[in-house]
Design a protein. Structure first.
Length: 395
């Protein structure tokens, strides 16, 4: 491997092969952009060079990848419908979303591949080291903390991989996002991410004909599934030697604050704080994606279930914060306005969950707009959201 001076690195640069701090320690993966935070950490620890066998990815290749990944969904090159201070502020949100999209895709991809490899190995009785997971946990924590537009990226992102592996990645991002709303420190966010990534590892012991069953589960099927938190906790503490304060999330993540959960039927004061955060991210992510026995649930309907049907299961203060930050029609979701125009929610208004900011994408006849138009429902009181729609319908 050849040495590269950190003076020759800049934010956004990528290489065709992984970049290392030494021959054993990966700094960033292949085709993963180096961030300003990465460079700051190198300087903080006095590291003057990195190692790689790869070549620098050209700007043209990066733009081609960005276009293939759908960065155009948030196009900002259109003229303003109304050129004012608010429109400029809302355009900036979209521009920041675009700039974070490539890095988000890279972090999610690496997360999925690591979870897939590790969970598959665990199903065969082989186990990995915690070190690889701590690295991806750090990246998730840092990316979440640096990107206020993460909800848009999460709700517009789609992944075709096996449900269990993609779900745990989505659930981790949502949990860490809530941890960031709670103003957790970076070390605590990393711990939350690490615990979340391992939370469902017990599911690898559930036979596929049970976990993927399309019909009604039998009593025996339910007993089999309800064993997975205990099995996961045993794997994490006995095989992977994960510290108990993190492994406990796997054991407790199907409990309820009212004592109706499983496997121990414990009450709110016995459930750890990190578990309470993960439970919300886990439940919200689970509803957004299809399962063998049901289709996907719109973000609005998922939020409605969280604050009504399942309200006794979760920490109420955390759910309220989650709702306040994302809105009832969550940031990143599709909506139809009362005048029949369609658009995407791009920002929430504090304490007004039904009146967020919407980027309008189609007119009342369903034709794609050729300009940038925004509606702040806190200011335009003649309009309201008529219904929620899928993200695919708004572009």
């Amino acid at each position: 491997m050849r040495k590269i001076s950190i003076r020759d690195l800049e934010p956004g640069i990528k290489f065709t092969r992984s970049v290392y701090l030494d021959k054993d320690t990966v700094f960033v993966g292949s085709d993963q952009p180096i961030t300003q935070q990465d460079l700051d950490r190198l300087n903080q620890f006095g590291i003057s060079f990195v190692l790689t066998d790869g070549e620098k990815v050209s700007v043209e290749a990066q733009e081609k990848t960005a276009n293939a990944n759908g960065a155009g969904f948030f196009d900002t090159n259109l003229p303003f419908y109304q050129d004012d201070e608010n429109s400029s502020r809302f355009k900036y949100i979209l521009e920041k979303t675009n700039s974070g999209k490539v890095e988000f895709n890279a972090v999610f991809k690496d997360c999925f591949e690591l979870v897939q490899k590790t969970y598959k190995s665990a199903s065969e009785g082989r186990y990995t080291e915690i070190r690889e997971f701590r690295e991806i946990a750090e990246r998730i924590a840092d990316h979440t903390k640096a990107n206020a537009q993460l909800p848009i990226l999460l709700l517009s992102h789609s992944h075709s991989g096996y449900y269990l592996y993609s779900h745990i990645c989505y659930a981790t991002f949502f949990a860490v996002m809530l941890g960031n709303f709670l103003e957790y420190s970076r070390p605590k966010l990393i711990d939350l991410a690490l615990a979340s990534l391992f939370a469902d590892i017990g599911m690898v012991t559930v036979p596929e004909d049970v976990s993927e069953k399309k019909g009604v589960l039998t009593e025996l099927d339910l007993k089999t599934i309800k064993r997975h938190p205990v099995t996961g906790y045993q794997i994490l503490t006995q095989r992977l030697k994960l510290k108990n304060s993190l492994a406990i999330v796997s054991l407790q993540h199907h409990e309820s604050l009212d004592g109706t959960g499983y496997p121990q039927r414990i009450l709110a004061n016995q459930i750890e704080e990190l578990t309470k955060v993960f439970m919300i991210g886990d439940q919200f992510a689970a509803m957004l994606h299809p399962r063998p026995y049901r289709g996907s649930i719109l973000p609005y309907d998922a939020m409605k279930i969280m604050i009504s049907e399942n309200v006794n299961r979760f920490d109420l203060k955390m759910v309220r914060l989650f709702l306040n930050k994302l809105s009832m029609f969550p940031v990143g979701s599709g909506v139809v306005l009362s005048d029949l125009r369609m658009g995407m929610v791009i920002d929430s208004n504090k304490d007004k969950p039904l009146r967020p900011v919407v980027r309008v994408t189609k007119d009342a006849e369903g034709k794609r707009l050729k300009h940038l138009e925004f509606v702040d429902l806190m200011k335009d009181l003649n309009l309201y959201i008529k219904q929620a729609i899928s993200f695919s319908q708004i572009y």
